[in-house]
Design a protein around this ligand. Structure first.
Ligand code: NAP
Ligand code: GLV
Length: 319
């Protein structure tokens, strides 16, 4: 008998598919994840679990779930999972690449334009009844047209972002550990060092996964290297950024503004200094949040669970 634990409320049409293969325990509060204790208890006799980036999958999970065969993560990023540990115990880990690429790039692009043209500030100004008249520099922002845009982590999402940039006549730079000459040609992108990317970019876009190498990559030194009127956008992971250094950089005019879809602590503490800054736009980690993409991500997780439980190769294993 299979038992599948689903840590978040998902539509019944998906639960039904899992019920066809076993017993399903679902957390049914829509805005919060399953509490840790309940999750660990539910895992006791589970063979599969459907999780999101809210669940930390570590040694405690191994101890709680002796029969676990597969962890299906409803995200492409898997920094919430100790993959080596899981694999050493024979547990398959899967994620959701590709299906969310375009949607996430679109959100990143939206955020970049919103920050550049001060859309959130301007809308708040109207809502607050402060709009008196047209003004020569009222909410004057920054053009994307002809700007230098640097993408840090040009993988699937970074490339989808670059494709959108082509339509804005921008100069695209990127930095990865490895150089991709085919993409350079197709996208008209220039491979540069991380330092050059910071120094030369008018917009710095972070789409990198969180790893030991990328953690705290955007620190004091990095922000000081950036142009004083640069805009920093992060759609990768919060912990790639030293947020204290970012607040200082915004305060001291080392950079102009930022847009963040991801934070070190999610949800953000309402006392966080970033929240009181007009030049910081914060979103609640909604990169892949279109209905169709979320449906596709869930379906992919279910397909992966079904395949592993029937002793077949999953579609998208983390390797
Ligand atoms: P991907 O295709 O694997 O791309 C990741 C890119 O990062 C690769 O090109 C990789 O190139 C580069 N990279 C990895 N480590 C690096 C390092 N130390 N220095 C420089 N570059 C490095 O993944 P993806 O689908 O584009 O997703 C990327 C990340 O976006 C995810 O891991 C996740 O954290 C985040 N994400 C966020 C949202 C959201 O809602 N905001 C949604 C989806 C994804 P090399 O290996 O050549 O270095
Ligand atoms: C979301 O952040 C993801 O990694 O899919």
């Amino acid at each position: 008998m299979q038992k599948i634990v689903v840590s978040r409320k998902i539509p019944q049409k998906f639960i039904k598919q899992l019920e066809d293969i076993g017993e399903v325990e679902v957390w049914d509060a829509s805005l919060t994840p399953m509490p840790r204790e309940k999750f660990l208890t539910a895992l006791k006799d589970a063979t599969a679990c459907f999780v999101t980036l809210s669940e930390t999958m570590d040694e405690e999970v191994i101890e709680a779930a002796p029969n676990l065969k597969v962890i299906a993560n409803m995200a492409v990023g898997y920094d919430n999972i100790d993959v080596d540990l899981m694999q050493s115990k024979g547990i398959v880990v899967t994620n959701t690449p590709s299906v969310l690429t375009e949607t996430t790039a679109e959100l990143g692009f939206t955020l970049m334009l919103a920050v550049a043209r001060r859309v959130v500030e301007a809308e708040t100004y109207v809502q607050n009844g402060e709009w008196q008249s047209w003004g020569p520099y009222l909410f004057a922002g920054k053009d994307l047209y002809h700007a230098n845009v640097g993408i840090y982590g040009m993988g699937d999402i970074g490339k989808a972002f670059a494709r959108r940039l082509k339509g804005f006549n921008t100069n695209i730079m990127y930095h990865n550990r490895t150089r991709h000459k085919d993409d350079e040609e197709a996208l008209g992108a220039l491979y540069v060092s991380f330092e050059t990317l910071l120094k030369e970019s008018d917009f710095v876009i972070c789409t990198v996964p969180l790893t030991a190498e990328t953690r705290d990559k955007f620190d004091d030194k990095a922000f000081k290297m950036m142009k004083n009127d640069a805009i920093f956008i992060n759609i990768g992971r919060g912990a790639v950024v030293d947020e204290e250094a970012l607040v200082k950089a915004l305060q001291n005019g080392e950079i102009k503004a930022c847009g963040l879809d991801v934070l070190r602590e999610e949800p953000i503490d309402m006392k966080h200094p970033l929240l009181s800054r007009d030049n910081a736009t914060i979103l609640p980690h909604i990169g892949s949040a279109s209905v169709i993409t979320r449906d596709r991500m869930i379906q992919l997780c279910i397909d992966n669970i079904k395949l592993v439980l029937s002793e077949k190769e999953p579609k998208t294993p983390v390797v």
